[in-house]
Ligand binder design. Structure first.
Ligand code: ZN
Length: 321
């Protein structure tokens, strides 16, 4: 993680997932040109990894029909890792052909969720991940592949999810060749004690191969869970600009952890993110313009940065000049 302006490296990596996780849940489709403006603004705020799309059939998810064009555009932004979600080998082939810099594969933590979501058992998904890794090794060995465990902290179908099984699944994915494996609280069911316990345990098994904490704010515990994961040793965090997104199983529930609030929390703690929270607050205007009626979340946007606030990241210009 090196910032192009010569500022010192951030302490954590924030992986912005709004253009994928945020948009896929909305009924309206953000126009391609608006997506490009938005992604450019996220990059300008200092974000250096953005999950820009998913490679799924346009018939199933018309919001992502322009995935290849979006990857091509995002690849022009200097220093940006262009991350694409792929649910299977076919998606991985398309993402690599489009020039994605990194792939992320969701694997369900519960058997019920896996069968309902992708009509595959978890063991079958691990085999699919192995096929994707083999394909990557043959065609794009420089592209990292990560696999994140969905519903790792609770499942809307199965309820509680076994920590033994989640831990074993992470180990299987690393054995299948992924570069890292993280944990997702897809449905916002986790709590900080649980998050710290499970990440600590998984890190004990896979060490530096630990990937992102992907927390949803469905029940208001998103940032608390992020902090718990940080204390367990996690240094990659997924979040979404304006908390865009939601949960298909919980109508009215808010979406991902809000990027600008997360940046504020870490910078105020003295943890360098390399990201300018004030710039993110300003660029929420792109979302209100291009996604009329979509609900935007977050506390910082309403309250503003507090008096005397000093960001931890050198070179990040907060507030107005
Ligand atoms: Zn999510």
């Amino acid at each position: 993680m090196v910032l192009p302006d010569g500022a010192s490296s951030p302490d954590i990596l924030i992986s912005e997932c709004g253009p994928r996780d945020g948009l896929q849940i909305l009924s309206q489709i953000m126009p391609t040109e608006a997506k490009k403006r938005w992604i450019a603004a996220l990059h300008a705020a200092g974000l250096r990894e953005i999950e820009v799309c998913s490679f799924v059939p346009a018939k199933l998810m018309p919001q992502m029909a322009d995935a290849a064009e979006i990857v091509a555009f995002a690849s022009t932004l200097p220093g940006l890792t262009v991350l694409a979600l792929v649910p299977n080998l076919r998606g991985a082939e398309a993402a690599l052909a489009a020039g994605a810099h990194k792939l992320t594969i969701p694997v369900s933590g519960s058997e019920e969720h896996s069968l309902a979501n992708v009509r595959r058992t978890r063991a079958e998904m691990v085999e699919e991940v192995r096929r994707i890794v083999d394909y990557r090794n043959a065609h794009a060995p420089h592209v990292p592949v990560e696999a994140n465990i969905s519903v790792a902290f609770g499942c809307t179908i199965a309820g509680p999810v076994s920590e033994d099984e989640v831990t074993r699944l992470c180990v299987s994915l690393v054995e299948a060749g992924v570069d890292d494996s993280g944990l997702s609280d897809t449905t916002g069911m986790g709590n900080p004690v649980q998050v710290k316990r499970l990440f600590t345990r998984v890190i004990g098994e896979i060490g530096e191969k630990i990937g992102a904490a992907h927390m949803h704010n469905t029940r208001g515990l998103g940032l608390a869970n992020v902090l718990a994961a940080y204390e367990a040793g996690v240094r990659i965090f997924d979040s979404s600009h304006a908390g865009l997104g939601g949960c298909p199983h919980a109508p009215g529930a808010s979406g991902n952890v809000v990027t600008e609030d997360l940046v504020f929390m870490f910078e105020a703690m003295g943890v360098k993110t390399g990201v300018d929270a004030a710039s993110l607050v300003r660029s929420r205007a792109i979302l209100s313009e291009t996604l009329p009626g979509a609900e935007l979340y977050g506390m910082l946007a309403g309250a503003g940065l507090p008096k005397g606030y000093r960001p931890a990241s050198p070179g990040v210009m907060h507030g107005q000049p």
